[in-house]
Each structure stands twice: as C-alpha cells, then as structure tokens.
Design a protein around this ligand. Structure first.
Ligand SMILES: O=P(O)(O)OC[C@H]1O[C@@H](O)[C@H](O)[C@@H](O)[C@@H]1O
Length: 318
C-alpha cells in the first residue's frame, strides 16, 4: 500500500498496540500502547510526540498549558527541528502534516517491540520554493517493552538535479521535571559548548554536573551518547541516548523569557527542561540518493541512580 496522503481516510492500523484517533483541525493522532499504562501519543501535525506515559500512567514529557493549535508549532513533547538554516526558526517539519508510512524500507527492529508507527514527510510545492530540495523524511516512533521510547529519523536526498543539500537537526525534547532548581544533568560536564546567549561564543563547562539557576541556552559539542537528567524530587532519572547526533542543546527560558513567550505559561519554566540531541555545529550534507539516520532513545528509571552510572540496565538491575 502506498503512503497515505494527508487527505486520505484514517489508515486502518490493525494492531492491539496502536490506535488511530481522528480529530478536527490537523489534530489526528496515533497512540502506541505498552504494558500496564505505558503509552505514547503522536500527532500527525509535526510528526510530534506529545505524550509519553510510564506504566503508572504518569506523564514524562512537558506540554505547555498554553500550547497553540496548528498551524503554529506545538510547545512541548518532542518537536522535530528540520531543516534548519536560513529558514524559519527550527525549520518547517514541526509544522507540516505528516502521513502514516505504510510501506517503510526495512529498519532493524528489536522483536520485543510491538508498538511502533512509521511516519513520512515529503516537501510540498510551497516547501520547495522556500527550501529547493527534494527529500523523504521517515520517522519511526517505538515504545519498548519496558516503557522506553525511541525515535529513528531517516532523511534521504531525492533531488534529481544532482545537487547535495545540508541541514541541521534536533529532537527538541521537553522533559517534565518537578522543579528545575532541583534538577541535575550528568554527562555534559567538562564539555565544550556554544552559548546561544553570548553570540554562540565557545566555552568549556566546569563543575561536576549541570544545575539550573537562570536562563540556559547552550549547544554542547561532541556530547557523549548518553546523558542523564536527575530529578531528585520525583526520584526519577531520564536517560537520553543518541546516535548520529553529535551535539546536545540544553535550554530553559527561565522567568523573563517565559513571560515573553505567548505559548508558554509564566511559571512553566520551573517544570520543564529541554535536552535536545542534535546536529547543530556542523550541518549534515547529503548527496542525491544518500540517507542519514539519527536516533533518540529515552528511558525513565527510578532514581536509585548512582552518580556517574549512566547505563540504564545497571540503574534498574543494580
Ligand atoms: O520558540 P522555539 O522556536 O520553539 O525555540 C525555543 C528554543 O529552542 C532551543 O532549542 C533554542 O536553543 C532556543 O534558542 C530557543 O529559544
């Protein structure tokens, strides 16, 4: 079956692990269901994960109470930032309608993963006027048996005029945290970063772990493949893994910027943190026919977490 277009009727997703929910105004969504109350919700608008719940049904991602409906990008969850460059902030993929990809090219899967969905985005005529490159962007979103979430992006250059293209990319992940002042990020200490608040000047991080006392907007360069977000009050640690994405953006707008953002509550900065696996410093270049792959893995584990121990299996099993 060919990939559904945005105007085709809802696809019949025949699996007890998947549900397709139709809603007006570009708000159709797919729900992935795992064991007990684990679930993931994905909006076709933006190809955006808007909810990820653990087996107690607790929400793990932040979504603003002031998030605006399409065609505006949606504040929270996991917006996909592509293709960035001299375009609208964070690129246009996050405010386009994606389609279900009924026939994705094979992707190695863990047989234990039953709940997944494949989405696809291709540029429209208008997109091509703005960014004159033909591409196929395939996104697989999977909910693992233990409640972990993974997003795999495959971007292919389908230009027929022989031209390469370059882009930057980010999984703009909004984590829900109890209180930003009590949160620590481990794995980025001693890393070099570009400070977006200081004209992208380069610095080296000092100290044992990253804590938050004011606005932060940094791009950590050549960041490790595993980063932990430790939420003391929730007794929860998020473990973020990344492949094919050298950098990691860390962002919290803090109070002043929060007030200036129309789609964000004045005090919501206290309950969110963005840690965004990304390719920012060096754009990715694809020749026609070439494909790039970038993967994000998320797990939420109880904070019997020991400092410096970034292996989630060790965290879970001692
Ligand atoms: O408001 P937007 O476009 O979603 O961006 C939010 C933030 O996203 C972060 O990734 C950027 O580093 C910040 O500079 C930016 O302010």
């Amino acid at each position: 079956m060919a990939a559904a277009t945005p105007h085709s009727p809802p696809p019949q997703l025949s699996s007890p692990f998947l549900e397709y929910i139709t809603a007006p105004g570009g708000l159709d969504k797919v729900v992935l269901r795992g064991r007990r109350s684990c679930s993931v919700e994905i909006r076709l608008f933006g190809g955006q994960v808007t909810s990820w719940k653990n087996d107690h049904g607790e929400e793990l991602l932040f979504v603003s109470s002031k998030a605006i409906k399409p065609p505006k990008p949606f504040r929270g969850g996991i917006p996909i930032c592509f293709p960035q460059g001299n375009l609208e902030q964070h690129g246009f993929a996050r405010n386009r309608l994606w389609a279900i990809d009924d026939n994705p090219p094979p992707l190695p899967v863990n047989p234990a993963i039953k709940a997944f969905v494949d989405l696809i985005l291709k540029p429209s005529e208008d997109d091509l006027k703005m960014w004159p490159h033909s591409f196929e962007f395939r996104l697989r979103i999977a909910l693992g048996a233990g409640g972990d979430l993974s997003l795999t992006s495959r971007i292919r250059n389908t230009n027929t005029d022989g031209r390469p293209f370059s882009y930057t990319f980010a999984y703009h992940t909004y984590f829900s945290v109890s209180d930003i002042s009590e949160v620590r990020v481990e794995g980025l200490e001693t890393m070099d970063y570009l400070d977006n608040m200081k004209g992208k000047e380069r610095f080296t991080e000092q100290g044992d772990a990253i804590v938050f006392e004011s606005e932060v907007d940094k791009v950590y360069l050549a960041a490790p493949s595993k980063v932990a977000i430790i939420d003391h009050d929730m007794r929860r640690t998020f473990v973020v893994t990344k492949e094919g994405l050298p950098d990691a953006v860390v962002w919290n707008p803090w109070d002043k910027k929060a007030k200036a953002m129309q789609d964000f509550g004045d005090l919501e900065y206290k309950h969110m943190l963005c840690v965004e696996p990304a390719a920012v410093e060096k754009p990715i270049t694809l020749k026609p026919g070439e494909e790039w792959k970038g993967r994000l893995g998320l797990s939420a584990v109880p904070s019997s977490y020991c400092s410096g121990q970034l292996d989630p299996l060790k965290v879970l099993h001692g």
